[in-house]
Structures are given as C-alpha cells and as structure tokens.
Design a protein around this ligand. Structure first.
Ligand code: FE2
Ligand code: FE2
Length: 200
C-alpha cells in the first residue's frame, strides 16, 4: 500500500482562523489534487461493484457497465461518449430510483449538454425496450419533441438495453481508466478557468 505523504498543514483550526496565505495555500493544494486525481473517485465507486449481485441477469452492474463502454468504443463513439456509457449506472446502488440523475450530476461539468441529458434521463427511456414487461413502455413520450429525445433512445437501444450478455468479452476497467481521467481533468480545467482563484 502506498503511504500518502501529506503536505504541511496550516495552524488554523477553523475557516475564520485561516489567514489569506492559508487560503492561497489550501486552495492551490486542493485544486492541484483535483486535477491529479480527476475521475479517480468515480472509478473507485465502479470498481467497488465488481461482485454486486446479478439479480437474475447474466451480468451484474459492473459487467453491464463494461459491456456498454466496450460496445461504444468498438462502434467508434467519442471518448466522452464511451465514458458516459461506462458511468451511466455507477450510482445504481447509491440511488436506485434516481440513479440516472446522480450519474448525470457526477458528469455534468465534464460532458456536453446532450450527453449529460441523455445519462440523466436514461431510466425512463430504457423502459421503452422492456417489451414483455408490465412497465410503462411509453413513459418517455412525455419528452417527445425534446432535442435530446432521439439521442436518449439511441443510447438505450445501442448501449444499455442490449448489454446483458454473459458471453460478451468486455474490455477490463483498466482500459477505460485513462479515458475517465482525461475527461474529468478537462472538465476540471474548464471549471477552474471559468472560476479562478483569486477571482478576477
Ligand atoms: Fe440505468
Ligand atoms: Fe444500464
């Protein structure tokens, strides 16, 4: 196990005790770490699901996620889209009935408006493909006419509802880790450029 060498700590024990120099110091350290560690927390969250139950399907959520991302990569989708596929169900166990919104929030500052909307609303769109179920397959019709209606259906058709094949040779998580890091780093850089410290 790597022992993390912690940087010097400030003497302040509350925000109000912190000096201007303290704020410059901790903000710089925090922002540097955000870039260095970009995407690590969400990859760790997915990795922690390696052995979650399959609930009767041939694959569990971890394997489903890798299968979605692998299909997207093999179909030549953009790196951002591949990462969205990988992470669309990362909050499945954290927030089962709103896991799309939670994943959308995680991705928000790192992806296009379209990709964010597709992931943040995929739960209702994937109902459309539950052909012999008792679920409401027309539920997504409330969004008919929305500019991202078709992209959401496309995502569910090609990279969600068809990714439960236990015989599919999905690529390992390690293949996608550098992509997640690059995407989150880019988003963090853009956010910090827009919100510099000190503010201009
Ligand atoms: Fe989902
Ligand atoms: Fe899914």
């Amino acid at each position: 196990m790597t022992v993390l060498q912690q940087p010097r700590a400030v003497t302040a024990t509350s925000f109000r005790d912190a000096t201007a120099e303290d704020w410059d110091y901790v903000t710089r350290l925090g922002r540097d770490a955000m870039r260095r560690e970009a995407g690590r927390a969400v990859v760790d969250l997915l990795r922690a699901q390696k052995d979650v139950p399959k609930h009767g399907w041939q694959v569990n959520n971890y394997e489903h996620s890798l299968q979605c991302a692998t299909r997207a990569l093999k179909n030549g989708e953009t790196e951002e889209y591949v990462v969205c596929c990988l992470l669309h169900d990362v909050a499945q166990d954290l927030n089962p009935y709103n896991h799309d919104k939670t994943a959308g929030d995680i991705l928000r500052y790192h992806v296009s408006d379209e990709n964010h909307w597709v992931i943040a609303n995929h739960q209702i769109f994937q109902l459309s493909f539950r052909d012999h179920s008792k679920f409401d397959r027309t539920a997504c019709e409330r969004y008919r006419g929305h500019p991202y209606f078709e992209p959401a259906l496309r995502f569910c058709e090609h990279y969600d509802m068809n990714c439960f094949d236990g015989g599919y040779a999905a690529l390992p998580l390690e293949t996608f880790e550098p992509m997640v890091h690059r995407m989150f780093e880019k988003g963090i850089d853009a956010f910090h450029a827009k919100h510099p410290y000190p503010p201009r």
